[in-house]
Design a protein around this ligand. Structure first.
Ligand code: KG4
Ligand code: ZN
Length: 338
């Protein structure tokens, strides 16, 4: 089954074609990052306009890359939530029009379910159940993936997402948006013990997480150094910050593995590209005798293929939509309104 997949929830317009949820036939992305960089973050209106300008040509490009004709497409899928509402709407309207014109089913896909499904593309042998840590610009979740479309949220951030904090700290350090990757590479040159940063223990659920205190502490440290004219060891601050984020994630994932007895762990989302997190997850998984699935960096960030992968399983579960499909800025991974 060839699924045309559309992703436009943030600052990447992406169209892919995926066969049977596992094989990428085309994967086309138009990144807007350079346009937003001058503003230090995503400007929603610019994002929507750029999606509109890019999406049609990307779909044509995807067909060409896959060497398929329009008639060879069996269904159209799209990220319908969550994201910048204007941006998501562009993808949803395009996908609705494409499904209508082709006379094929329309499959709505939750963006975060798509991130999890990036693992199905990278690891053909991976099948649920497994545990998944999702760390992206907007979400931080520990999810028990019981089946392709049946999930339970075991833990979540109570405030900021990990990626948001990486980007904010990087921005204050003068790194270009989105700063997560730049902060990560600076960290590799630093001494993580040089600055002491807090590790919060939030809430009643031991698997919940919190990053806002850490973010504030890092920002205060930077501003304080500036105010007293003390030179800041940026690399060491980045190393300490990355270690603190990983220390928030790792023990909770470990506990979730113990609680559920799952023997497979996957990670997903843009922040899953972080080298410190990948290193800590690797040693934790080794110690626990758990199989670890970490998608290549190209599949960690937003892409269309991950939406096409999840769409195959949503279709099998009967999750299709009609022309009434709407876009949502927020929606739980379980499909509930927030
Ligand atoms: O999943 P994603 O592409 O978009 C959302 O759905 O949010 O995640 C983007 C986030 C950004 O915050 C970006 O700075 C972060 O992923 N990121 C990283 C790294 N690469 C990307 N954060 C830390 N270390 C990295 N190597
Ligand atoms: Zn994403």
């Amino acid at each position: 089954m060839n699924i045309l997949a559309v992703e436009s929830s943030c600052d990447e317009t992406a169209v892919a074609i995926v066969a049977d949820g596992r094989k990428v036939l085309a994967d086309c992305i138009a990144s807007q990052v350079a346009l937003h960089r001058v503003y230090g973050g995503v400007v929603p209106e610019i994002a929507s306009r750029q999606h509109m300008e890019a999406i049609y040509a990307l779909a044509e490009q995807a067909l060409e890359q896959a060497a398929l004709r329009r008639e060879d497409i069996d269904a159209v899928s799209v990220t319908y939530a969550p994201g910048l509402i204007g941006a998501v709407l562009v993808g949803v309207n395009f996908a609705k029009a494409a499904a209508l014109a082709l006379g094929k089913p329309l499959i709505p896909v939750h963006h975060i379910r798509g991130h999890i499904a990036a693992n199905y593309l990278a690891f053909p042998e991976l099948v649920p159940p497994f545990l998944c840590l999702i760390v992206s610009g907007g979400h931080t979740l520990i999810v028990d993936v019981q089946d392709y479309t049946k999930m339970e949220i075991l833990g979540t951030t109570l405030d900021d997402a990990a990626g948001e904090c990486f980007d904010k700290v990087a921005r204050v350090l003068g790194m270009p948006y989105p700063g997560g990757a730049a902060l990560d590479s600076a960290a590799s040159q630093g001494d993580e013990k040089k600055y002491s940063l807090p590790r919060a223990k939030p809430g009643e659920n031991p698997l919940d997480m919190s990053f806002s205190g850490l973010k504030t502490a890092a920002l205060n440290l930077i501003h304080h150094a500036e105010q007293i004219g003390e030179p800041l060891d940026v690399n060491s601050l980045c190393a300490g910050f990355s270690a603190a984020v990983s220390d928030m994630l790792c023990p909770r994932v470990q506990q979730a593995l113990r609680n559920t007895g799952r023997k497979r762990l996957a990670i997903a989302g843009g922040v899953a590209a972080n080298s410190r997190i990948r290193r800590d997850m690797t040693s934790m998984a080794e110690k626990m005798g758990v199989s670890l699935y970490m998608p290549p960096l190209s599949l960690c960030g937003d892409n269309g293929a991950m939406i096409g992968a999840q769409a195959f399983y949503e279709f099998q579960a009967g999750h299709t939509a009609g022309m009434e499909l709407n876009a949502y800025a927020t929606k739980s991974i379980l499909g509930e309104r927030l």
